[in-house]
Design a protein around this ligand. Sequence first.
Ligand code: RM4
Ligand code: MN
Ligand code: MN
Length: 396
Amino acid sequence: MSDAYHALAARLTDRGVDLDAVERGLSELVVETPSWGYGDSGTRFATFAQPGRPRDVFERVDDAAEVHRLTGTAGAVAFHFPWDAVEDYPELRESVEACGLRVGAVNPNLFQAPEYKLGSLCHPDAAVRDTAVAHMLECLEIATALGSSAQSLWLADGTNYPGQDDMRARRGRLHDSLRRVYAELPDGQELLVEYKLFEPAFYATDLADWGSALLTCLKLGERARVLVDLGHHAQGVNVEQIVTLLADEGRLGGFHFNNRKYADDDLVVGSVNPFELFLIFCELAGGPLPRLTIDQSHNVEAKVEAMVLSVVNLQEAYAKALLVDAPALRDAQLAGDVLGGHEVLLDAYRTDVRPLCARVRAGLGAEEDPIAALRGSGYARRVQAERATETTGLRG
Ligand code: RM4
Ligand code: MN
Ligand code: MN
């Protein structure tokens, strides 16, 4: 193992850190990567097709497996329907498992069909609401077939103009629709409810913030919990405080990790605001971790590399959070030492944990330096050659 690791280990052990416990914690981290993060995506201005991009869901799974092989931490893949729809779900599950992965959350799509122009679960027309509910019920069955334990809902519903629809009526329709779904939720599955401040609706989004998502979950039942997407808040909102609050209420269902500078930018997590990411992990570090999913759509970056970097950034943020000296932090807080507590956090945050993460990855059979390994592996060249034709790669 590297000199850098031994030097770091000596320093941390001197400080009283239980290094075995930190390494164990870090090696248990599981991140779900999104199938939609590997395929074509762009902005409303342009989509730049990348050479070697996967042609079907099986190839998206291959890319997810490569990210896991390199990082050791990306053992699940989240799906989006109908984008990932296939004839034979047991076959899809088998191919996921054959790659050493499992299926993460199943995401319904209630925002693309023409009938959803004025909304889905909240639509003024009951027939459209029925269609949306039916799609979510179908996703429950897909989740069962794939061995997934969650359906993760992002609701694009909302209005663009004051007076366009009755906000209170829409709220009632939302709850009625979701009750119909929740009533059919199979044992062992949960419903995650994501919120987003704005976009595509520009006046009033039906699930715009953690409060409306939480109230909805409380109406449904214990297996409905809130999902926090880091890009879905107003500027300046204290996301780590929202995380604390939801966790304290037992309603923190999980995360969509990404980073943003302005709005829902879906950049590599930890690229713009790594300190916020660290603080979020500090709020999680004491207990069992909720579902951790990456939700990023890369436009100009190399997609697999961007995903690997995202997982590495998550590993490093979590490693730093595991290094926080909890007794020293508590002592400073109880003593009213304003900067003392802050400095305890900074001490952990400023630690260069890269050698520690490299060691944990090696212990997991993954790569000490995943980005260099990816660049040196020829994976991009290989898939570019294999996926050169437009026809989908048929399996089986
Ligand atoms: C949204 C949200 C959802 C994602 C869609 C495609 O902004 O983050 O989670 O599924 O985009
Ligand atoms: Mn999201
Ligand atoms: Mn988003």
